[in-house]
Design a protein around this ligand. Structure first.
Ligand code: FES
Length: 526
């Protein structure tokens, strides 16, 4: 409890006469209202957009209406009946001729908990601006943003029907920036990045009810867990993970097993491996208190992951893995770039080069893919559904590679899987390249200044869908990490140019005419 702080707020006679008065103290504006023998004191600034509630009107049942946008506040219960944010109220009394208002700050723990409740209340209707305000209130009450993200995960994770989404992966990266901006004293930038993290969870969960997880607990055994994931048996895989939680295993202890599950196939367009890495980084920031929801959503996404090595385009993956010999020739980027997946798979599986050298070659090929993406193909309106392609098909090659490096450095026996899956990525986009593109205009003269601009762009990107901004973020941070891991690498210039081009040419997120034409053509053959 905080100590009371009663302040004189005016004369009782004035209040009796007018029914309301406003007084100002320390930047606050307090509206005191009297109706019959009832007294109320509330923030005079409407919690919607700050217009004065003193210009509003009060009904007989003590509902105060803001006349600007009709928000209504029940002063008895403290609830907002129409609108969103709660109206701050204060204790008020009359002693003799004086009106006294208690300006003491509310108890910080209670204020944090209320802000978190209100933050989650915004999820249902994706109230972005209000989420910003509730996060600011949480912070002002002494909360930290990482905990707010953890608490939101706790509340919404059951709403993820297929488990982990990019919201989890992006939260790790956004919170890394939050931490950096807080250390630099940049409050606005810290709130932007925390809000990006939280609002992405709201976006991804908003239309869904709960999809509960199995409660059953089975003693954790790595091989049993891998078999359950392989058999797409969510209940069994979750029961085993519940066992791991009961035994107190940490994420770091479980990560090698999760990595094996993620790389057991060319999984889910690389999402599985990315999520295994990013979930660990996320937990490093939000803390192990949130291990259970993160692990359960991870397990579900592993179970539901599509296994793309089973489709014809990547059938060469299995034989390449089986025939992994590392006995052949050294390779160059030119020999890998713009080749179909089966050719690259064969070359990688039989090359005598060391894993890290192969990694860099493949990364260079993926960077070149991004640089040479033929963006005209994304704007077509007459193409087969199977040829729908856009920037994110290319950026994933880089973010997946970054995840592969993390996982394989920790568990080196996974290098063959990781490298061959990078080869799948390099090959899958070979048909969507403008090989003769003049890339001179995209060259970046000064890397540090360019990267700083890219970070600034992320603070005010103006993109409504979190999926787009999060891919810009994840690609940027993956590139920065890879450049730090391989200083002066030959692909650095192309990587910066590729990212420059990606930033400059917007991701097209709606294809109305293409969708209509494809729908007509597709269904006509049914
Ligand atoms: S400012 Fe009060 S309802 Fe909008």
């Amino acid at each position: 409890m905080t100590e009371e702080c009663w302040i004189p707020a005016g004369k009782a006679a004035d209040l009796h006469e007018k029914g309301k008065l406003v007084f100002r103290k320390g930047g606050k504006q307090i509206l005191v209202l009297q109706t019959g023998d009832r007294l109320f004191a509330v923030n005079n600034r409407c919690p919607h957009q700050g217009y004065p509630l003193s210009e509003g009107h009060m009904s007989d049942d003590c509902r105060l209406t803001c006349n600007w946008h009709n928000w209504k506040f029940d002063l008895d219960s403290g609830e907002t009946v129409v609108g969103g944010d709660q109206l701050r109220s204060y204790a008020v009394k009359i002693e003799g001729e004086a009106i006294l208002v208690d300006l003491a700050d509310p108890d910080r723990t209670a204020a944090q908990s209320r802000a978190l409740d209100n933050l989650y209340a915004c999820f249902h209707r994706y109230e972005y601006d209000r989420m910003g305000r509730e996060l600011a209130r949480f912070k002002a009450a002494g909360g930290n943003y990482a905990r707010a993200v953890g608490e939101m995960i706790n509340r919404c994770y059951l709403q993820f029907e297929y488990g982990m989404s990019h919201a989890f992966a992006a939260a790790a990266d956004w919170l890394a920036l939050t931490e950096k901006y807080e250390a630099e004293g940049r409050d606005d930038a810290a709130l932007v990045t925390a809000l990006e993290a939280v609002s992405h969870f709201a976006w991804d969960s908003q239309r869904y009810d709960g999809f509960p997880y199995a409660d059953r607990v089975e003693p954790f055994e790595a091989e049993k867990f891998l078999a359950a994931v392989e058999a797409e048996n969510e209940a069994e895989a979750v029961a085993l993970m519940n066992g791991a939680l009961a035994e107190g295993l940490s994420y770091a202890e479980l990560r090698p097993v999760l990595a094996r599950a993620a790389l057991a196939h060319y999984n889910d367009f690389g999402h599985s491996a990315i999520y295994v890495v990013k979930a660990g980084q996320l937990l490093d920031r939000i803390g192990a208190d949130y291990l259970a929801p993160v692990l359960r959503t991870m397990v579900r996404s592993l179970v539901y992951a599509r296994r793309e090595d089973l489709i014809p385009e990547f059938r060469a993956y299995g034989p390449a893995l089986e025939g992994w010999s590392q006995s052949g020739e050294a390779l160059s980027v030119g020999e890998l770039w713009a080749k179909p997946a089966n050719r690259i798979l064969e070359a990688i599986a039989s090359s005598a080069m060391a894993e890290k050298e192969l990694y860099q070659l493949l990364f260079a090929a993926l960077v070149r893919n991004l640089l040479h993406f033929d963006t005209d193909l994304a704007a077509r309106t007459r193409n087969k559904i199977t040829d729908n392609v856009d920037w994110l098909d290319f950026t994933h090659g880089l973010t997946f590679s970054n995840a592969v490096r993390h996982l394989c450095e920790e568990t080196p026996e996974l290098w063959p899987q990781g490298l061959l899956q990078m080869a799948c990525f390099a090959g899958r986009n070979a048909g969507y390249l403008d090989r003769d593109l003049d890339v001179t205009a995209w060259k970046v003269p000064e890397a540090a200044a360019f990267l700083a601009q890219a970070h600034d762009f992320l603070l005010d990107h103006g993109l409504p869908e979190p999926i787009v901004s999060c891919h810009i973020l994840k690609t940027l941070l993956a590139l920065e990490e890879e450049m730090a891991a391989f200083p002066g690498a030959g692909w650095t210039g192309e990587a910066l140019a590729a990212f420059n081009r990606f930033l400059a040419i917007p991701v097209r997120r709606r294809h109305s005419l293409r969708t209509a034409r494809q729908s007509l053509e597709f269904t006509a053959k049914e």
